[in-house]
Design a protein around this ligand. Structure first.
Ligand code: UTP
Length: 238
């Protein structure tokens, strides 16, 4: 089973805590032991936002700000690499070819951002399409997709299951509201729709939750199920 795991920066490194990073690395190693081929895409979290905020005040333009964000995602990728054992490619992949090559060699590939104008949500969706993954998992700080921001609106309702087209419909208005933060951005949603990728969005704070979702499809987040798409055959064998 080929899996792309998107680890938000706020999940992996809300503050610098080696134990948290090693907890996520341990789950990745167990997934590999269970036979998963794995690409991990790491976000920048609060550190990226802090750097971007400071550089914006200094007059940096949007592309320069994105470049700073990308650099922070790559530092977080190196942090995860540091916690992984011998089966990881020691260099963060700079593009999908490098990641695909490493995964084909049997290594775990870890990458951050690739180019300005997007976030690592889209990188994860593109990597999943590129390596023909069976499953894409977004480990975020929100437990799935809601009809409103659950941090702002107590009555926000979680979607248990959506088709990729419904995901785009739900995310599009959220992306238009300045300051609103959708757990998966619009470009990522469109890539998921284009590829028909089976996707899970969940709260990845506890890494064990990611393990259950990848190996058995067990989680309390949101399933994005392409129409006509069944479950990964791997789950039936568990
Ligand atoms: P993130 O993927 O962490 O963005 O990339 P985010 O959505 O703000 O973070 P979370 O999901 O809340 O943790 C950090 C920043 O890096 C730049 C963007 O500026 C992004 O906001 N970036 C990242 C790119 O420009 N291109 C990429 O491919 C990835």
């Amino acid at each position: 089973m080929r899996v792309v795991l998107s680890l938000g920066g706020s999940v992996l490194a809300p503050e610098l805590d080696p134990e948290r990073v090693s907890g996520h690395a341990a789950v990745i190693e167990r997934l590999v032991e269970e036979g998963c081929e794995l690409g991990a895409v790491v976000g920048g979290g609060g550190v990226a936002r802090d750097y971007i905020g400071a550089a914006r005040e200094l007059g940096a333009n949007e592309v320069q700000l994105d470049q700073i964000g990308i650099d922070v995602t790559r530092i977080n990728a190196r942090l995860l690499i540091a916690a992984l054992g011998a089966t990881v490619d020691p260099t963060p992949a700079h593009d999908y070819d490098e990641a695909g090559d490493a995964i084909r060699r049997g290594d775990v590939s870890v990458m951050g951002g690739v180019m300005p104008g997007q976030t690592t949500d889209a990188v994860a969706a593109a990597l999943a399409e590129y390596i023909d993954a069976d499953l894409l998992v977004y480990a975020t700080s929100a437990n799935g997709i809601y009809d409103a921001d659950p941090n702002e609106d107590e009555e926000a309702v979680q979607f248990g299951e959506l088709t990729p087209a419904e995901l785009v419909e739900v995310i599009a208005p959220m992306s238009r509201d300045a300051g609103a933060s959708a757990p998966v951005d619009l470009l990522a949603a469109k890539l998921i729709e284009r590829s028909g990728m089976r996707t899970i969005v969940l709260d990845g704070t506890n890494p064990e939750v990611i393990e259950g979702a990848v190996l058995r499809g067990e989680h309390t987040g949101t399933d994005i199920v392409p129409s006509g798409g069944g479950e990964p055959t791997y789950w039936a064998q568990q």
